[in-house]
Write a protein that binds this ligand. Structure first.
Ligand SMILES: O=C[C@H](O)COP(=O)(O)O
Length: 253
């Protein structure tokens, strides 16, 4: 039985004050982390403060991206060593918005996964197809390629602790969700790729989230599916009430 994981991705939303208010509002109301892992991936600027504010609770704090080098002349970037130095637990890698607007390649994502692991930061590795790819029937081929590239050169024991997020690009922020069955089918295909690359034990251990217009009213159905172990949530993670509702649904799934 895999423990569900709900990760909020705040993207470029919230002022500093709003971010602290959010953590204050949710941290005493979280379901036990025996039942669900609760994560918020906040703007980098707020990470050290949020780690401190949440330090007495079971809320884990994550980053939304990072560089793969530990240091260097990379103006504006944040390194894995820097994230580790402020005790960040998770990092989202390969989000479709990073791939599209910042030219993040499969090769760079693979290096970033290695860098995250080297610093004991759990990578949340994103994959997903465009609407054109879905309509052309190449969804599974696309995500298989992304996952194989991201996981190249890792051992089974390392892969077991990673989190994969399947996010169909056409469902992000659009209000269109993949049906729970379609999402489950792709998450199952990702698990099959991991079994092919490693073994059944590793494939069964990896947690696979669905992302794309996840809301309090569709989370239960998504989580009832065999291969969906949680959600990577944008819009519905911005308000404490809806974030807590998602966590409760996962804790009771
Ligand atoms: O990382 C989160 C996803 O991009 C989903 O965003 P959304 O829940 O607003 O559709």
């Amino acid at each position: 039985m895999r423990k569900p994981i709900i990760a909020g991705n705040w993207k470029m939303f919230k002022t500093f004050e709003e971010a602290i208010q959010f953590v204050d509002a949710v941290q005493d109301k979280l379901p036990s982390n025996d039942k669900v892992d609760a994560v918020v991936c906040a703007p980098a600027l707020y990470l050290p403060t949020l780690v401190q504010v949440a330090s007495e609770s079971e809320l884990a704090i994550g980053a939304q991206t990072m560089h793969y080098e530990n240091e260097g002349a990379f103006t504006g970037e944040i390194s894995p060593a820097q994230l580790a130095s402020v005790e960040v637990d998770y990092v989202i890698l390969g989000h479709s918005e990073r791939r599209e607007y910042y030219n993040e390649t499969d090769e760079a994502i693979n290096k970033k996964v290695a860098a995250a692991l080297a610093h004991n930061i759990v990578p949340i590795i994103c994959c997903g197809e465009t609407l054109e790819e879905r309509e052309a029937g190449t969804t599974e081929q696309k995500v298989a390629g992304q996952i194989k590239a991201a996981l190249a050169r890792f051992e089974a024991q390392q892969v077991e602790h990673m989190v994969i997020a399947y996010e169909p690009i056409w469902a992000i922020g659009t209000g269109k969700t993949a049906t729970a069955d379609d999402a489950n089918q792709v998450c199952g295909a990702i698990r099959a790729v991991i079994e092919e690359l490693y073994n059944a034990e590793t494939a069964n251990a990896v947690r696979i989230q669905y992302g794309g217009s996840v809301k309090p009213d569709n989370i239960q159905e998504l989580l009832s599916k065999e291969h969906i172990d949680g959600a990577l949530v944008g819009g519905a993670s911005l308000q404490p009430e809806s974030y807590l509702t998602l966590l409760e649904a996962a804790a009771n799934a």
